[in-house]
Design a protein around this ligand. Structure first.
Ligand SMILES: [Zn+2]
Length: 440
């Protein structure tokens, strides 16, 4: 099977500096070589060339979303006064959606993600039928089976057995070159203390990655410290009699609480982190935990912006997520990157590398958060041996800083996405029906 040369006026491989008039040679869904177009055409004479317009960049990695909630977009179109207000609105729709086809909803989400240049996803899955959507859609990434609403008693009785048998069933499927599974203990306030600890043990035992919502609400700290406040009321309303409520808290903030239970480590990444303080950011760094920032979702919920400037300045591992359409206006990850850029400037980040660091966060940073940034078939950057996952943006490459051009002009301008799943480069054209894809 011959190679195909993909070329563009500007190629941003992420792992190396941008290339003007760049190209890459691709075979069976993998990058063979990357360099200047003229050099590659000479090195691969007679091979087919696909000339893309504008800017080609390594496929975006959406490090936090819930594709199955794509059909709940009516919840995400409003703006709320607080996390708790949004949570009530979400529950009202979710718990009245009996019989919903969550797999179909997730497939629509996967299609939208591809249309915005996303080629890999950290997808939190509440209903198990949506667990296999990523690999079917050609997306890389991890489907995290979500666990929430278990007391220590219900966990011992049924929850634990249910989770372990589901994981075994899913793990026995075809794992070759497909998306993988992980476990998502939803958040520090939706599971009892013993359940959280056990989930940490199970994830390590199964060798699975883990993903947790953390410090999205300003009231989360009060909940773990003293077992009081709006989150405690929410938990009681849902009928959960957790140990934290009975004991009047743990005396610790959410990060120290999870750490004491053994949940934090390089196999884990967290979402949101809106209210992380300096000590908590340092602890996450020490544990090798990436933070997936979802600023447009935070804005929908009426929350502050995440501390992006501090995280970047301190050298934390940062990734970017859209969250789901139930809390965000779209699955266009570059819109979140653009907002993070504005927030970082507002928060006093002055260095000229800001756009580059945020593009890295949205690509290789996301890949690192889900453990897929290294080895053969790696994602998040383009180079020899990587998957040929990339996105094409119809924007004028101009003479400006390439990263800035992408951040400022890229949102809404993706025209094609190419994925290397199943060892075949598959082209997804944005302005055509899904069946118009072609293999190469
Ligand atoms: Zn979420």
């Amino acid at each position: 099977m011959g190679a195909v040369i993909h070329s563009a006026p500007l190629v941003i491989p992420v792992s190396r500096p941008p290339l003007r008039d760049g190209a890459m040679a691709v075979r069976r869904g993998r990058v063979l070589e990357i360099g200047r177009r003229r050099e590659l055409l000479a090195a691969y004479p007679g091979e087919e060339e696909m000339r893309w317009p504008g800017v080609v960049v390594a496929g975006l990695v959406n490090a936090h979303t819930h594709l199955q909630f794509t059909r709940m977009a009516q919840v995400g179109r409003r703006v709320y006064a607080s996390f708790e207000e949004w949570s009530h609105a979400f529950d009202a729709v979710y718990f009245s959606s009996g019989g919903a086809d969550w797999a179909a909803s997730a497939r629509e989400g996967a299609e939208l993600a591809l249309r915005h240049g996303t080629t890999a996803v950290a997808d939190v899955v509440t209903d198990v039928e949506a667990m296999t959507v990523l690999s079917q859609a050609g997306l890389a990434g991890i489907s995290y089976l979500e666990v929430l609403g278990d007391t220590d008693a219900s966990w011992a009785e049924t929850g634990r057995h249910h989770l372990t048998s589901t994981v075994r069933e899913l793990a026995s499927g075809d794992a070759e070159d497909t998306a993988m599974i992980g476990i998502s203990p939803h958040a520090p306030y939706t599971l009892d203390t013993g359940v959280l600890a056990d989930l940490g043990t199970l994830a390590r035992g199964f060798g699975l990655r883990q993903h947790i919502h953390l410090l999205e609400s300003v009231h989360e700290r009060e909940y773990t410290v003293s077992g009081t406040g709006p989150i405690a009321r929410l938990v009681r309303e849902l009928g959960f009699d957790f140990e934290i409520l009975r004991a009047g808290g743990t005396g610790h903030g959410p990060v120290a609480f999870l750490d004491a239970l053994g949940l934090l480590g390089p196999h884990c990444h967290v979402a949101h982190g809106v209210h992380l303080d300096a000590g908590e950011r340092a602890l996450l760094r020490e544990r090798g935990v990436s933070v997936a920032l979802c600023p447009r979702s935070n804005r929908t919920l009426g929350l502050d912006g995440p501390p992006v400037a501090a995280l970047l300045k301190e050298g934390s591992e940062v990734a970017v997520g859209t969250d789901s359409l139930a809390s965000s206006p779209s699955l266009d990850l570059l819109e979140d990157v653009r907002l993070l850029h504005a927030l970082a400037r507002e928060q006093g980040y002055r260095a000229p590398d800001l756009a580059r660091r945020l593009v890295e966060a949205a690509t290789v940073g996301g890949a690192r958060a889900i453990g897929l940034d290294a080895g053969p078939g790696r994602i998040g950057s383009l180079g020899e041996g990587s998957r040929c996952d990339f996105a094409v943006f119809a924007i004028d490459p101009g003479e400006r800083d390439p990263y800035r051009t992408l951040v400022e002009d890229g949102p809404g301008r993706c025209v094609a996405t190419v994925t290397g799943a199943h060892r075949t480069a598959r082209v997804h054209l944005v302005n055509s029906a899904p069946e118009a894809r072609r293999g190469c």
